[in-house]
Ligand binder design. Structure first.
Ligand code: NAD
Length: 370
């Protein structure tokens, strides 16, 4: 079996496998082909891949010779040859065209953003690993943009009060943002509809802001569910009140497969202190702030709203290290001892991640969403 690592398109600095991941696969009798310069933006050169046991090839050769293609973003080709397996991050619940194209081409595709949030699948969970990177970077970006210090300073030149950070959504990204903002010395408040996260927030040194009456569903796999109109009204009032006291807001609220809930209205931005910063991590699904523009920075009434949707790409070496491990663990689950793809269609990881097969869309959630 031959694995092909494709070079990502413009604007993406990460790569699906680093040289350090190659020996594990070589030991499993797999041949690894890597597209020329695939790791360049992650500071991994072709020579390092070769030394690790891979062969550097042109894209055309990889598309022809590899059985399994690895690419973080869906490959740009209109047609991937029939019979190939693609492991990628397709966003299949919203990327209808890509999914239909792959089905039509006869590609067996797996999308790692569809991994269930279970203990067994944790080592393959690309959403969690990349949300960790994004939560960390969101705080550094905010600290670099804010015209204030994060920590408190007491010096002969006077006392500087610590910045106040409000985090909306205490999932993977939110908790990482909380930990990072605390390390930088800010006072942090966190809001989430899931009261189950209260203890975690407190143990990381954050203050949990609560609105009574949230709907929480045990069957939602640790994810949030849509809230009632009355709840949303109360939540809006509380967020407005806390936002006006904050210097930084980091928003991470999401409900899988849906547009992000709008939690910060224009009026709230207008009531914030001049120089305040909002980092909206949910920009790609519409944003948690009404004024967010995906992949743009907007300044409104002296408040900077940053909607960078690919923060993980700004820490490419370590993001690729984590992502490469996720890809590697996925292959390890899918391939048998001989290095042959042996799909167990009853396996919940296969059921959740396999999107197209035998010329059809086979994933029930994706079929429902499309
Ligand atoms: P997650 O599901 O682990 O966390 C989201 C949290 O938001 C959950 O705790 C959920 O309960 C909470 N939430 C949902 N609706 C809410 C509401 N109305 N009010 C308050 N809280 C609410 O998700 P995650 O993995 O932490 O990712 C968070 C966001 O960051 C997602 O939108 C994801 O797409 C995005 N993300 C962005 C980047 C980037 O580079 N910008 C990278 C990775 C992830």
């Amino acid at each position: 079996m031959t694995i092909g690592v494709l070079r990502e398109g413009d604007g993406e600095n990460r790569v699906a496998l680093l040289p350090e991941h190659v020996p594990f696969l070589v030991k499993k009798n797999l041949f690894i082909l890597v597209e020329k310069d695939a790791g360049k933006a992650s500071y991994a050169g072709d020579r390092e891949y070769t030394e690790a046991g891979a062969t550097v090839q042109t894209r055309a050769n990889i598309l022809k010779e590899a059985d399994i293609l690895l690419s973080i973003n869906p490959p740009e080709e209109d047609k991937i040859p029939s019979g190939k397996v693609l492991v990628s991050v397709l966003g299949p619940l919203t990327n209808k065209e890509i999914v239909q194209k792959l089905a039509k081409s006869g590609v067996t595709s797996f999308s790692l953003d569809m991994i269930p949030r279970s203990s067994r699948a944790q080592s393959v969970d690309v959403l969690s690993s990349m949300a960790t990177v994004a939560g960390y970077k969101a705080v550094l970006l905010a600290a670099g943009t804010l015209p204030n210090f994060f920590p408190m300073f007491m010096s002969a030149s006077g006392t500087i009060r610590p910045s106040r950070v409000l985090i909306l959504g205490a999932g993977v990204a939110g908790l990482q943002a909380l930990a990072t903002a605390r390390k930088l010395g800010a006072v942090v408040e966190v809001f989430d509809v899931r009261s189950a996260v209260k203890e975690e927030v407190m143990s990381l040194g954050g203050k949990f802001v609560e609105v009574e009456g949230a709907k929480d569903e045990a069957g939602a796999g640790g994810y949030a569910v849509e809230q009632t109109e009355e709840y949303k009204r109360m939540q809006g009032e509380l967020i407005q009140e806390r936002a006006t006291q904050s210097n930084v807001i980091i928003t991470t609220a999401q409900i899988p497969g849906r547009k992000a809930p709008v939690l910060i209205r224009k009026e709230t931005i207008e009531a914030m202190k001049p120089g305040s910063v909002v980092i909206d991590l949910a920009a790609s699904t519409g944003g948690n702030c009404e004024l967010t523009k995906n992949n743009e920075t907007v300044v409104h009434n002296n408040v900077t709203i940053i909607g960078n949707s690919n923060l993980a790409s700004t820490i490419p070496s370590d993001a690729s290290k984590m992502l490469g491990k996720n890809f590697l663990n996925f292959l390890d689950l899918m391939l048998d001892g001989e290095g042959t793809l042996n799909l167990d269609v009853e396996d919940d990881i296969v059921q959740n991640t396999c999107i197209t097969r035998n010329g059809e869309i086979v994933n029930e959630r994706v079929k429902g969403a499309l």
